[in-house]
Design a protein around this ligand. Structure first.
Ligand code: TXA
Ligand code: MG
Length: 342
């Protein structure tokens, strides 16, 4: 009977969700060292972690996420000695960015050492590294004593979880442990930069605004949303998407009348129109930091509200507003997916 309950629990309820006590961290660290998978909080979004130098453990991440193998992972570290173990070369501008922004929501892509398994960096000559500032992430990596490869803990292409309540049940049933650290502070993923001797290129807009980066290293190049083989799959045109079709409104546009059940994502205030099935407001004070932190949570809730379509208001494209608009545009479906109005 007990065996049956344990079986049912793991299959249908998923991995246990634990608060980040010392025992939980120690257990999670053991799981990682042994090749298992742990969902853990970071300051940006929840990560799905595995031993970065264990190719079999990393392969499980790809299976559980349904992630294409061309999409490389970010390796999370908890001190600079770990960085030296992973990267061959350190450029001046990378050093300056690291000094200023680590630990924090910045991922740096650098030439990698041969210890990094091919599967982690999808055959690229580089590896993406990040030292998260979240105390639970730091404690976990330190206790494990190994670098931890971790994509966002969502099925490929879907919204990243910013609370454990957002976790996909199928994904949860395939991991070994979930650590609940409450809501994530930033709510959008880290900013990714590719650094060479000559230039700093932003591959993904994220929690660290471009303006803030530029104050440290001068003008940067943006290479986001490129066509062809993406250098960073957050660059894929449709990504970070809820199940429900999304349409981003133009500035000042009011949502067109619809015979569908409509969910509405407002920036500062709920629209006067009462016909919406569900409404979420990102930040009543117009604070872009709050808006970013709440973005995926609001989209998750609208997705759960049983609507046919979600209309999203645009936000100002400065600071974190650029990452918010980037995520909204990628969540927005192509015309072909949009339910017809007749
Ligand atoms: O905030 C974050 O970065 C979260 C938390 C968990 O740390 N992680 C995250 O991972 O967003 P993921 O796998 O969802 O996104 C990682 C992105 C992908 O778009 C991937 O293509 C890019 O990083 N990436 C990884 N290695 C790369 C490399 N060597 N060159 C270029 N892009 C790389
Ligand atoms: Mg992701």
């Amino acid at each position: 009977m007990l065996v049956l309950i344990a079986f049912v629990d793991h299959t249908f309820m998923g991995a246990p969700i634990r608060l980040p006590t010392e025992e939980t961290i120690a257990e999670a660290a053991r799981i990682l060292r042994d090749g298992g998978l742990v969902v853990f909080p970071t300051e940006t979004v929840y990560g799905l972690g595995a031993h970065a130098l264990d190719a079999r453990a990393v392969a499980r991440i790809f299976e559980v996420k349904n992630r294409p193998r061309f999409d490389p992972l970010i390796v999370h570290i908890a001190d600079l000695a770990m960085l030296e173990g992973l990267c061959e070369t350190m450029f001046d501008s990378a050093r300056r960015l690291i000094d200023r922004f680590w630990p924090g929501p910045l991922t740096v892509v650098l030439p990698k050492r041969s210890v990094v398994p091919d599967i982690v960096k999808a055959g690229l000559p580089t590896v993406a590294v990040r030292w998260p500032s979240h105390p639970v992430a730091q404690a976990l990596i330190r206790a494990a004593g190994i670098p931890v490869a971790a994509p966002s803990a969502n099925p490929f292409g879907r919204l990243s979880p910013t609370r454990v309540e957002h976790l996909d049940p199928v994904l949860r049933s395939q991991v070994d442990l979930v650590i609940d650290g409450g809501p994530c502070e930033f709510g959008v993923e880290s900013t990714i930069v590719y650094v060479t001797e000559e230039a700093v290129t932003v591959l993904r807009l994220g929690a660290l605004p471009v303006e803030v980066l530029e104050a440290v290293v001068g003008p940067v190049t943006l290479q986001i949303g490129s066509l062809g083989r993406p250098m960073s799959p957050g660059q894929l045109p449709r990504h970070y998407a809820p199940r429900t079709p999304v349409r981003v409104l133009r500035p000042g546009e009011t949502s067109p009348p619809s015979s569908h059940r409509v969910g509405y994502l407002a920036f500062r205030e709920a629209p006067p129109d009462r016909s919406f099935q569900a409404v979420e407001v990102l930040s009543p004070t117009g604070d872009l930091r709050e808006a970013a932190a709440r973005l995926f949570d609001c989209l998750h809730r609208l997705d759960e509200a049983g609507v046919d379509v979600i209309y999203a208001e645009p936000v100002p494209e400065v600071g974190l507003g650029r990452a918010i608009m980037d995520r909204l545009r990628r969540a927005a479906t192509d015309v072909g997916f949009f339910p017809s109005e007749d």
